[in-house]
Design a protein around this ligand. Structure first.
Ligand code: F6R
Length: 262
């Protein structure tokens, strides 16, 4: 796992955007896995700037989002489809038909989840998956205890997640209790993964998933099993890591020999 630490959220987001741009430029028909939440907003802002000012094109890009609240219409202001449209898709040249967000109103959820998995396969698999991390160490909505082999499915949200996400709703009762999420197994099949985290609140789950044991109680720790993961952190999110000096040393060493040291 590469761990990249930057002093601020803005710098961390810009660094992550450079990686996304680099991978997009290297492959036609790029398949990008996306996350919602507060964390990737800086990354999306930077990708929009790159599109507007540097001609970065999303014309041939397909996207698959990690998750969606179950029961919310795509037009609901707190739905993840709405989030993606307003914070990224409406500002770049992506074909809307190429963007996929799980359908929170799917009637036959099981069938829908299978279809979603098949669509990812049909697209050729995910080239690069963007992740955030929950206060309880989740990726997607794979709450503590989710199997590392789990696939896209309907899940119940953890109390901690409901509390964390209530900041976007008028009252905590309005937060949906269920969601459709890609599984840990689905996420691990992406060819490359980046995880972003910022702020003091993320320091503990970040230290747990990078330096703690691999356990389904911290689903992000499954990333230790993936061969190509880069973690982008600001100083606050990195503050409980024990091996910061080593991560910084590796980054410096990479610059010297002009090679990525995974
Ligand atoms: C969102 C998602 C979640 C978030 C996580 C962090 O699509 O899959 O795992 O990445 O809950 O959320 P924020 O960024 O709001 O702290």
């Amino acid at each position: 796992m590469r761990v990249i630490i930057r002093p601020t959220y803005e710098e961390m987001s810009k660094e992550a955007a450079l990686l996304v741009k680099d991978r997009m430029m290297k492959k036609r028909d790029f398949v990008l896995g996306l996350a919602t939440g507060s964390t990737p907003l800086g990354l999306y802002k930077e990708l929009i700037r790159m599109h507007k000012e540097e001609g970065l094109s999303f014309k041939n890009v397909k996207t698959f989002n990690l998750d969606e609240y179950y029961g919310l219409e795509p037009t609901h202001p707190q739905s993840y489809r709405y989030f993606m449209d307003t914070n990224l898709f409406n500002h770049i040249d992506i074909e809307k038909a190429n963007t996929h967000v799980p359908d929170g109103k799917a009637e036959d959820v099981e069938k829908f989840c299978q279809w979603y998995e098949e669509e990812i396969k049909k697209a050729g698999g995910i080239d690069l998956q963007v992740l955030g991390i929950g206060g309880d160490g989740h990726i997607g909505f794979n709450e503590p205890g989710s199997s590392f082999n789990s696939r896209t499915r309907l899940v119940a949200l953890d109390e901690q997640t409901i509390k964390d996400n209530s900041r976007f709703f008028e009252k905590i009762e309005d937060v949906p209790r269920f969601a459709i999420t890609m599984g840990v197994g689905t996420i691990l099949e992406a060819r490359e993964i980046i995880l972003l985290a910022n702020g003091k609140k993320k320091a503990r789950p970040v230290a747990q998933f990078i330096e703690g044991p691999i356990t389904s109680l911290v689903t992000a720790s499954a990333l230790q099993l993936h061969p190509k993961v880069t973690v982008f952190l600001d100083e606050e999110a990195a503050s409980e890591l024990k091996r910061i000096d080593y991560y910084k040393f590796v980054e410096e060493a990479e610059k010297k020999i002009n090679k990525k040291l995974f």
